[in-house]
Ligand binder design. Sequence first.
Ligand SMILES: Nc1ncnc2c1ncn2[C@@H]1O[C@H](COP(=O)(O)OP(=O)(O)O)[C@@H](O)[C@H]1O
Ligand SMILES: [Mg+2]
Length: 266
Amino acid sequence: MTPVQPLLEVRGLTKRYLGLTAVDDLSYALETGSVVGLIGPNGSGKSTSIDCMSGFQAADRGQWFLDGRELTGLAPHRIARAGLTRTFQTVRAYDELTLLENLCVAAQENDGVSWMQALLRGKTLRGADAAARARGLELLATVGLANYADAPAAILSYGQRKLLAIAASMMPKPRLVVLDEPVAGVNQTMVRHIEEVIRKLNAEGVTLLIVEHNVDFIMSLCSRVIVLESGSKIADGPPGLIRSDPRVLAAYLGNKRAAELDAGNG
Ligand SMILES: Nc1ncnc2c1ncn2[C@@H]1O[C@H](COP(=O)(O)OP(=O)(O)O)[C@@H](O)[C@H]1O
Ligand SMILES: [Mg+2]
């Protein structure tokens, strides 16, 4: 049997901030078509690891590959064009622009053109190319925001902003999308809706890596869960095994105790 090439392969990713090793020799691979969760206590290096992979932070060491193509050290827009996109923990949207315009800007950013550069070139968003508009409309329908295509992003709720960010990450037709805390701070109804959107995207062939604090959400959605603690991978397996893994329990329990102690002192 020939081994199947993973969609993503991360080898020895390391990121230091002064004296602190935020991500420590992290290696893992993702199978094409999978939905994988990345969890870990606060400060365990989840965001930093994906910031490095998506080109938003420079790694100190390590290599990563998408479908065998090395992405190490590339700029975010090049990584996006190669097929790996992401959302951010803090949602970003241009409030004055319509939802559709927001998606067209996202598409231009993925082409390495900043919004300012696009303006200077005299390329207005109204003239954004028909393909980007069509793609944008299709994605707004996918995430359930089609009715607001021409409304300014300012009217969106926090949860709807998370949906817009997911749509934006899909603009360049990525193979792998990394979602950083897609349901943090949103209500239960919206959590379920976002879960459905993620399932829909996966059914369309997108591979997803989901960073979340909400462990129940990850356990119900993902076939595999990777757990970080202090920048290192401490567990990697199906949700059933992760739930009962002594190292994982200790990492979470330790953290909870620390929080309780903090509260007691405060
Ligand atoms: N820009 C930064 N400068 C210095 N330290 C940082 C920076 N970003 C993150 N860290 C530190 O790196 C560690 C990992 O942070 P982060 O990746 O945000 O964790 P998580 O997303 O798992 O909560 C934490 O100790 C955090 O304080
Ligand atoms: Mg984070």
